[in-house]
Design a protein around this ligand. Structure first.
Ligand SMILES: [Fe+2]
Ligand SMILES: [Fe+2]
Length: 189
Protein backbone atom coordinates (compact mmCIF):
# COMPACT_ATOMS: atom_id res chain seq x y z
CA UNK A 1 0.00 0.00 0.00
CA UNK A 2 1.15 3.55 -0.80
CA UNK A 3 4.01 2.12 -2.88
CA UNK A 4 4.35 5.34 -4.88
CA UNK A 5 4.91 7.37 -1.71
CA UNK A 6 7.39 4.85 -0.35
CA UNK A 7 9.30 5.07 -3.65
CA UNK A 8 9.12 8.86 -3.46
CA UNK A 9 10.64 9.12 0.02
CA UNK A 10 13.28 6.54 -0.90
CA UNK A 11 14.30 8.91 -3.65
CA UNK A 12 13.97 12.18 -1.72
CA UNK A 13 15.47 11.15 1.64
CA UNK A 14 18.84 10.00 2.84
CA UNK A 15 18.90 6.25 3.71
CA UNK A 16 18.73 6.71 7.49
CA UNK A 17 15.85 9.17 7.15
CA UNK A 18 14.03 6.73 4.89
CA UNK A 19 14.42 3.98 7.51
CA UNK A 20 13.19 6.37 10.21
CA UNK A 21 10.14 7.33 8.13
CA UNK A 22 9.16 3.71 7.52
CA UNK A 23 9.61 2.91 11.22
CA UNK A 24 7.43 5.89 12.15
CA UNK A 25 4.82 4.74 9.61
CA UNK A 26 4.68 1.23 11.10
CA UNK A 27 4.62 2.54 14.67
CA UNK A 28 1.85 5.05 13.83
CA UNK A 29 -0.17 2.31 12.10
CA UNK A 30 0.16 0.11 15.17
CA UNK A 31 -0.87 2.92 17.54
CA UNK A 32 -3.84 3.72 15.32
CA UNK A 33 -5.03 0.12 15.55
CA UNK A 34 -4.55 0.19 19.29
CA UNK A 35 -6.28 3.52 19.93
CA UNK A 36 -9.04 3.47 17.33
CA UNK A 37 -7.67 5.84 14.70
CA UNK A 38 -7.52 5.05 10.98
CA UNK A 39 -4.42 2.86 10.44
CA UNK A 40 -4.14 3.80 6.76
CA UNK A 41 -4.12 7.52 7.51
CA UNK A 42 -1.55 6.94 10.25
CA UNK A 43 0.65 4.84 7.95
CA UNK A 44 0.50 7.44 5.16
CA UNK A 45 1.21 10.34 7.54
CA UNK A 46 4.19 8.36 8.89
CA UNK A 47 5.61 7.66 5.43
CA UNK A 48 5.39 11.31 4.39
CA UNK A 49 5.96 13.22 7.65
CA UNK A 50 9.64 13.99 6.90
CA UNK A 51 9.27 14.18 3.10
CA UNK A 52 11.02 17.58 3.01
CA UNK A 53 13.52 16.87 5.82
CA UNK A 54 16.53 16.56 3.52
CA UNK A 55 15.65 19.51 1.31
CA UNK A 56 18.04 22.46 1.40
CA UNK A 57 17.08 25.65 3.23
CA UNK A 58 17.00 27.43 -0.11
CA UNK A 59 14.60 24.89 -1.56
CA UNK A 60 12.26 25.16 1.41
CA UNK A 61 12.38 28.96 1.36
CA UNK A 62 11.52 28.81 -2.32
CA UNK A 63 8.54 26.57 -1.59
CA UNK A 64 7.35 28.91 1.19
CA UNK A 65 7.37 31.83 -1.20
CA UNK A 66 5.77 29.80 -4.00
CA UNK A 67 2.96 28.62 -1.69
CA UNK A 68 2.48 32.00 -0.01
CA UNK A 69 3.56 30.71 3.41
CA UNK A 70 4.69 33.43 5.83
CA UNK A 71 6.82 32.27 8.75
CA UNK A 72 6.33 33.70 12.21
CA UNK A 73 9.21 34.96 14.33
CA UNK A 74 10.11 31.62 15.93
CA UNK A 75 9.73 29.71 12.67
CA UNK A 76 12.07 32.15 10.91
CA UNK A 77 14.81 31.46 13.44
CA UNK A 78 14.28 27.74 13.98
CA UNK A 79 15.04 25.95 10.75
CA UNK A 80 14.23 22.60 12.36
CA UNK A 81 10.56 23.60 12.15
CA UNK A 82 10.66 24.23 8.42
CA UNK A 83 10.39 20.65 7.17
CA UNK A 84 7.01 20.13 8.86
CA UNK A 85 5.53 23.32 7.40
CA UNK A 86 7.07 22.56 4.03
CA UNK A 87 6.12 18.88 4.17
CA UNK A 88 2.44 19.64 4.78
CA UNK A 89 2.39 22.11 1.88
CA UNK A 90 4.27 19.65 -0.33
CA UNK A 91 1.89 16.73 0.22
CA UNK A 92 -1.07 19.00 -0.42
CA UNK A 93 0.19 21.09 -3.32
CA UNK A 94 2.63 18.77 -5.08
CA UNK A 95 1.31 15.28 -4.26
CA UNK A 96 -2.31 16.49 -4.31
CA UNK A 97 -3.21 14.61 -1.16
CA UNK A 98 -6.50 16.08 -0.02
CA UNK A 99 -6.92 14.35 3.34
CA UNK A 100 -6.84 17.28 5.79
CA UNK A 101 -6.22 14.97 8.75
CA UNK A 102 -3.04 13.60 7.17
CA UNK A 103 -1.86 17.08 6.10
CA UNK A 104 -2.41 18.47 9.62
CA UNK A 105 -0.68 15.55 11.34
CA UNK A 106 2.39 16.24 9.18
CA UNK A 107 2.13 19.99 9.74
CA UNK A 108 2.16 19.67 13.54
CA UNK A 109 4.48 16.70 14.03
CA UNK A 110 7.34 18.87 15.36
CA UNK A 111 5.59 21.53 17.42
CA UNK A 112 2.26 19.86 18.26
CA UNK A 113 -0.64 22.31 18.65
CA UNK A 114 -3.68 23.02 20.78
CA UNK A 115 -6.56 20.63 20.06
CA UNK A 116 -4.36 17.81 18.73
CA UNK A 117 -6.45 15.15 17.04
CA UNK A 118 -5.87 11.48 17.86
CA UNK A 119 -4.00 11.14 14.55
CA UNK A 120 -1.85 14.22 15.33
CA UNK A 121 -0.88 12.69 18.68
CA UNK A 122 -0.15 9.31 17.16
CA UNK A 123 2.26 10.75 14.60
CA UNK A 124 3.85 13.07 17.18
CA UNK A 125 4.54 10.14 19.50
CA UNK A 126 5.53 7.64 16.80
CA UNK A 127 8.16 10.15 15.68
CA UNK A 128 9.67 10.10 19.20
CA UNK A 129 9.62 6.36 19.91
CA UNK A 130 10.12 4.75 16.49
CA UNK A 131 12.27 1.63 16.48
CA UNK A 132 15.62 3.20 15.56
CA UNK A 133 15.43 6.07 18.08
CA UNK A 134 18.18 5.80 20.68
CA UNK A 135 18.41 9.25 22.28
CA UNK A 136 18.74 9.58 26.03
CA UNK A 137 15.23 9.47 27.44
CA UNK A 138 13.63 7.39 24.69
CA UNK A 139 13.18 4.39 27.01
CA UNK A 140 11.25 6.54 29.52
CA UNK A 141 8.99 7.71 26.69
CA UNK A 142 8.43 4.09 25.57
CA UNK A 143 7.63 3.20 29.17
CA UNK A 144 5.22 6.14 29.34
CA UNK A 145 3.52 4.93 26.15
CA UNK A 146 2.86 1.59 27.84
CA UNK A 147 0.76 3.53 30.37
CA UNK A 148 -1.17 5.26 27.63
CA UNK A 149 -1.08 7.54 24.60
CA UNK A 150 -2.11 10.70 26.45
CA UNK A 151 0.34 9.98 29.25
CA UNK A 152 3.15 9.67 26.74
CA UNK A 153 1.94 12.76 24.87
CA UNK A 154 2.39 14.96 27.98
CA UNK A 155 5.81 13.41 28.67
CA UNK A 156 6.90 13.97 25.07
CA UNK A 157 5.89 17.64 25.27
CA UNK A 158 7.76 18.03 28.57
CA UNK A 159 10.82 16.33 27.04
CA UNK A 160 10.70 18.60 24.02
CA UNK A 161 10.27 21.82 26.03
CA UNK A 162 13.08 20.78 28.39
CA UNK A 163 15.43 20.12 25.49
CA UNK A 164 14.67 23.50 23.94
CA UNK A 165 14.90 25.53 27.14
CA UNK A 166 18.13 23.82 28.22
CA UNK A 167 19.67 25.02 24.97
CA UNK A 168 18.02 28.45 25.43
CA UNK A 169 16.10 27.94 22.22
CA UNK A 170 12.67 29.46 21.68
CA UNK A 171 9.60 27.31 22.25
CA UNK A 172 7.04 27.78 19.50
CA UNK A 173 3.67 29.14 20.78
CA UNK A 174 1.91 26.05 19.35
CA UNK A 175 4.00 23.87 21.68
CA UNK A 176 3.17 26.06 24.70
CA UNK A 177 -0.53 25.91 23.86
CA UNK A 178 -0.32 22.15 23.35
CA UNK A 179 1.46 21.69 26.67
CA UNK A 180 -0.96 23.88 28.64
CA UNK A 181 -3.97 22.14 27.19
CA UNK A 182 -2.47 18.69 27.76
CA UNK A 183 -1.69 19.31 31.44
CA UNK A 184 -4.95 21.17 32.11
CA UNK A 185 -7.01 18.30 30.69
CA UNK A 186 -4.81 15.43 31.96
CA UNK A 187 -6.85 12.77 33.68
CA UNK A 188 -10.14 14.46 32.81
CA UNK A 189 -11.07 12.10 30.02
FE1 LIG B 1 10.25 15.62 11.39
FE1 LIG C 1 10.56 12.22 11.89
Amino acid sequence: MYEQYIDLIKERLRPERYIHSMNVARCAQQLALQYGADPDQAYLAGILHDVCKNDSDEKMLQMFSEFGIILDNVQQHEKKLWHAICGAAYVQRVLHIEDRAVIDAIRYHTTAREHMTLLDKILYIADFVSEERDFEGVEQLRESLRIGLDHCYVDALVFSIQELTQQKKPVHPDTCLAYNQAVLTAGKD
